[in-house]
Design a protein around this ligand. Structure first.
Ligand code: ZN
Length: 312
């Protein structure tokens, strides 16, 4: 099946792969098999944009770190630090870090990109409460990471290998998890909307499949939900420039980047949420009509049931 985008892409689109091919780091497939060392970014990079939920302008700086962990700091709160802890996270139309009354919203597209580029150790400095949404996809993050490059640290990185299958449900939604030699994601969505309907997508993750097949897929929302979202102070920064928007009948800001862009975006979200395991994971995750809350439940379930997996 040809998964290439059917729209005409501007040349910068391909820069992440181009940079990869011109990179002196090991071939990307080495990141996915067996033990490897942790990695950080080689150079600092800065991205600026709007928070899709907060509506605030945000500047984000990614800085190399030898801590071996991904940490966020809020420069507007005297450097308050947030670690990636699935037990202290919330899902509410986005995946959020919570520390007391403070939070960092919408980390998932950035986190998916860090996972795909095998960046395990980085300091992410924000001057507000949200990661910028940029164009609603992970492509600008992938481009920034390709630009920054990666550098190996003298710290071993272990991988979680799922050994026993399990499944979780929440109403109509489900996630099934089974052993696999690599990270494989199968996703199915079913929206009662003429422009979406049933879509299915399967991805075996490596850097190239991420950059080409899912990173460009943008977030989406329904116009009819906007009053409720605004009342909950969500989607305040949403616009036709950073999300696919559907009215009752059609997509109002096409064209799509892929005919099945909606389900590809769900795959992207799941990669970002699985990255909060803090280690690469080998397993087959099959999601049906799921969302951030169920994605995070599967992460917590794995961490709370270590007999289901082995680290190595
Ligand atoms: Zn998303």
């Amino acid at each position: 099946m040809d998964h290439s985008p059917f729209f005409s892409l501007p040349s910068p689109f391909f820069s992440p792969i181009f940079s990869l091919q011109n990179c002196t780091c090991p071939p990307f497939y080495l990141y996915w098999i067996g033990m490897r060392n942790k990695q950080t970014i080689a150079r600092e990079v800065t991205l600026s944009g709007t928070g899709i939920h907060s509506g605030s302008p945000i500047q984000m700086r990614l800085r190399p770190s030898s801590s071996g962990q991904i940490a966020f700091i809020r420069s507007d709160l005297d450097g308050l630090e947030f670690r990636i802890d699935p037990e202290a996270m919330a899902a509410r139309n986005s995946t959020n870090l919570v520390r007391g009354e403070h939070r960092i919203l919408t980390i998932e597209h950035l986190m998916a990109s860090l996972y795909a580029y095998a960046v395990d150790s980085v300091l992410i400095e924000l001057n507000g409460e949200e990661v910028p949404i940029l164009d609603g996809s992970a492509l600008p993050f992938a481009e920034a990471l390709a630009d920054a490059g990666v550098r190996e640290l003298d710290l071993p990185q272990e991988t979680i290998h799922v050994r026993e299958a399990f499944s979780l449900e929440a109403g109509e939604a489900s996630i099934q998890v089974a052993p696999s030699d690599s990270l494989v994601i199968s996703y199915r969505i079913d929206f009662d909307h003429p422009a979406v309907g049933v879509q299915e997508f399967r991805l075996e993750l490596d850097l190239e499949s991420f950059v080409v097949q899912v990173a460009p897929a943008r977030t989406f929302g329904f116009l009819k939900d906007v009053p409720r979202l605004w009342a909950e102070r969500l989607a305040l920064g949403g616009s036709l420039e950073n999300a696919l928007v559907l009215d009752d009948h059609k997509l109002i800001n096409g064209p799509l980047r892929f005919p099945d862009e909606f389900v590809r975006h769900k795959v992207l979200d799941l990669i970002g949420d699985l990255s909060t395991l803090g280690r690469p994971v080998c397993g087959h995750f099959s999601a049906d009509r799921a969302g951030h809350a169920l994605h995070l439940r599967s992460v917590r379930h794995l961490l709370q049931h270590p007999h289901l997996w082995e680290a190595g």
